[in-house]
Design a protein around this ligand. Structure first.
Ligand code: MG
Length: 378
């Protein structure tokens, strides 16, 4: 089955049937197929995400990200989901397809049993967070379509409160390549700069030659000396920087708390935390958290994490991996809840297969479509 067939068909009882054209406006709800499966049917296939620019991170470089695309069918409606597996998170195409292949979601005759479905997935294995996220995203897409509403509305959120999103650039030693990268950032109101790679100040200085828009910095655990981390925070405070993400290795908890006490900029946890139970611990060393669906096992727990972080007086940031518009648009449904968004993952890949989130004048704009708000590009 090729990519287009995968997006257009679903398997029911071993027979491939065509799914109604993928336009999720209200009339589709009335014209959806009358065949009632009464069961959740899960399908998945690997899909490698090609990066438009190689990522130069503190600890490695890469040109693609492994991914898996998911469809969850119920009563003729299809929800779309996705797993993205950057290597540092420890998941792979093999581990995700093994996990998904081990699930028996047909035991759930009511797709609204979200808590039960997550409890079941957590009972299968403790980790496999991106794999679980792919099911969660497809489930939320499906449920939103059943209800005929996008999730930001179901959650009662005002889309006008969605923040600007940052756009990530990484350092390039070739000045011409660096200039091209900076030119691409023109529509964005916040630029994210990756640090911890040995030429941190040079990257900011190169950027500042072309632009005065605010920056945020992600050190990706790259500073392992607390005095140096604090010095960088102080320097960045004079560079129109909004916050610093994961300045030190996640294991250096006490040192990070020491930096946070003294830093003029908020310190945000990314690699340090994954899921809901990690939020309270993060509050002891960080000013805020970066929630990502591939870490949180999807929207269900991400929404709870944002709520808990707010209750603890923390800043909330919403991030993503390199992903198609499927997972990024799902995350965007939560964006009116957060202080900062870093939802550029779909813009960093060359082979997106969905239409969804739009960035208008630098701001996250959520599609007014039921579910997570995406349609396949065919
Ligand atoms: Mg980060």
């Amino acid at each position: 089955m090729d990519r287009r067939d995968f997006l257009r068909t679903t398997i029911l009882g071993g027979a491939a049937i065509a799914v109604a054209p993928m336009s999720f406006s209200a009339p589709d709800m009335a014209t959806r197929p009358t065949t009632k499966s009464g069961k959740l049917n899960l399908k998945f296939e690997p899909y490698e995400l090609k990066l438009r620019h190689a990522f130069n991170l503190a600890k490695n470089q890469r040109t693609s990200t492994p991914g898996v695309q998911v469809q969850l069918e119920y009563d003729g409606l299809v929800g779309y989901g996705e797993a993205s597996m950057p290597p540092y998170l420890g998941e792979s195409v093999d581990s995700v397809t093994k996990f998904l292949g081990s699930l028996d979601l047909s035991q759930f005759s009511d797709p609204f049993r979200i808590e039960d479905i997550h409890a079941y997935m957590d009972s299968v294995t403790p980790n496999d967070r991106a794999a679980k996220a792919s099911v969660d995203i497809a489930l939320y897409d499906l449920l939103g379509k059943i209800m005929g509403q996008p999730w930001y509305k179901i959650w009662g959120l005002n889309p006008d409160n969605a923040p600007n999103t940052s756009f990530t650039i990484s350092y390039d030693a070739d000045p011409e390549e660096m200039r091209k990268k900076i030119e691409e950032t023109a529509p964005f109101k916040v630029i994210k700069i990756k640090m911890g790679v040995g030429h941190d100040k040079e990257t900011v200085e190169a950027f500042r030659k072309f632009s005065d828009v605010p920056i945020c910095v992600d050190a990706n655990q790259g500073w392992d000396d607390k005095e140096h981390a604090l010095e960088m925070c102080n320097w960045l405070a004079d560079q129109n920087c909004l916050f610093v993400e994961q300045p030190m290795p996640k294991e250096m908890f006490e040192e990070t708390a020491w930096v946070r006490e003294r830093s003029p900029l908020p310190i945000i946890a990314d690699e340090f935390l994954q899921r809901l139970p990690d939020v309270r611990r993060a509050a002891e060393a960080y000013d805020g958290i970066n929630i990502k669906l591939m870490k949180s096992t999807g929207l269900h727990e991400a929404h709870k994490m944002a709520t808990l972080a707010r209750a603890l007086g923390m800043k909330v940031m919403l991030g993503c991996m390199t992903e198609t518009s499927c997972a990024v648009t799902a995350a965007a449904q939560l964006s009116p809840l957060v202080d900062w968004a870093d939802l550029d993952g779909n813009l960093l890949i060359a082979n997106d297969i969905f239409d969804g989130i739009k960035i208008v004048d630098g701001k996250v704009t959520i599609p007014d479509r039921p579910g997570i708000g995406v349609v396949p590009l065919t």
